[in-house]
Design a protein around this ligand. Structure first.
Ligand code: RP5
Length: 168
């Protein structure tokens, strides 16, 4: 199975990005987790992106906060899909990172998820890999069924909790 690269701009991003690692582990998708900074170690970031397809990666997830250029820089140097996770740090609460990631120029796409949306980034990566992996597609369907079952159980519980006479 293709692996997923989970890249973050700083070790301080790890508490947010761990949700992506966890979600991918739920699906037994192999991951490599790195700290590579578009600003502090740009050569390392570019080298990782250039080598990624040849090393068996299928998708790269990139999380960064503030002036978040990491996902865009990686996307510039690889044909692989790059999913960006804007991380909430500092005075602007993640809006800075969200806008930096989502406003990519035409020709270099970054699929940006919500601020701190690392789990959804991982689930998007699973959906991408599942297109060419039947067993992963089956696991994804099972997980979607389990999620729906949980919501239905919550619906049953909430309906029972608030059932009773009321004004019509
Ligand atoms: C970004 O700056 C990193 O992705 C991180 O979110 C933020 C702060 O980094 P540190 O100063 O904590 O290393 O490049």
């Amino acid at each position: 199975m293709k692996q997923v690269g989970i890249v973050m701009g700083s070790a301080s991003d790890a508490p947010v990005m761990e949700a992506a690692v966890e979600a991918l582990r739920e699906f037994d998708v192999p991951v490599e987790v790195r700290v590579l900074s578009a600003h502090r170690t740009p050569d390392d970031a570019l080298q990782f992106a250039r080598d990624a397809a040849g090393r068996g990666f299928g998708v790269i997830i990139a999380g960064a906060g503030g002036a978040a250029h990491l996902a865009g820089v990686l996307a510039a140097a690889t044909p692989l899909p790059v999913i960006g996770v804007p991380i909430a740090v500092g005075e602007l609460g993640g809006l800075d990172a969200l806008l930096a990631m989502v406003q990519m120029p035409a020709g270099v796409p970054v699929a940006t998820v919500a601020v701190n949306g690392a789990r959804n980034a991982a689930l998007m990566a699973v959906r991408m890999l599942a297109l060419a992996d039947e067993s992963l597609a089956g696991a994804l369907e099972e997980s979607r069924r389990a999620m729906a079952a949980k919501v239905r159980a919550a619906d049953t519980e909430i309906r029972a909790r608030y059932a009773g006479p009321g004004r019509t």
